[in-house]
Design a binder for this molecule. Structure first.
Ligand code: SF4
Ligand code: SF4
Length: 157
């Protein structure tokens, strides 16, 4: 009985703290909307999606594969990116390239973005500058994981 009373008191205490933060933040937010300046900012700082934060040029966003002048992927299927990837989310199948200078190209190039931690190691490791994370696309959320598996078409897109 005493234990149950203790739980109940903690629930009430937690609810009061949550309500207090809600009321105070809402008050300062309303002042901000009314353009009344105060030392303290409201809880909402960026009105997403109407307002968007500027993305830094070095930000690591959605991957893309670079192409040569003839439109073929610049990738030579050396597997360095797949080897260095800490999440093991890059899968490559190599095939022979008709150009003997290039030797190999990717028959399959898949990145499972549901596992990617956006460390950028793949970009750093690539000797051909064939993979970049500079698309500035940070809005690729999906309702199922399958949609987050990016193949050659999507990465070259
Ligand atoms: S950003 Fe990191 S985790 Fe994601 S694919 Fe590249 S190496 Fe792997
Ligand atoms: S490191 Fe670059 S060239 Fe090598 S497989 Fe990855 S993307 Fe292709």
């Amino acid at each position: 009985m005493i234990k149950a009373l203790g739980y109940f008191i903690e629930i009430i205490r937690g609810s009061i703290i949550t309500a207090r933060h809600f009321v105070v933040n809402m008050f300062f937010h309303i002042l901000k909307v009314l353009r009344i300046k105060t030392k303290r900012k409201g809880a909402v700082t960026i009105q997403y999606p109407e307002q968007r934060r500027e993305i830094a040029s070095r930000h690591r966003s959605l991957h893309r594969l670079m192409t040569r002048k003839d439109g073929k992927p610049r990738c030579v299927a050396c597997m360095l990116c797949a080897t260095v990837c800490p999440s093991e989310c890059i899968y490559i199948e190599a095939e022979e390239d008709p150009d003997p200078e290039i030797q190999k190209c990717p028959a399959k190039f898949i990145i499972d973005l549901s596992r990617c931690c956006f460390c950028g190691f793949c970009v750093e490791a690539c000797p051909e500058d064939a993979i970049r994370m500079d698309t500035e696309n940070i809005e690729f959320a999906e309702y199922n994981r399958q949609e987050l598996i990016y193949d050659l078409d999507k990465l070259l897109g």
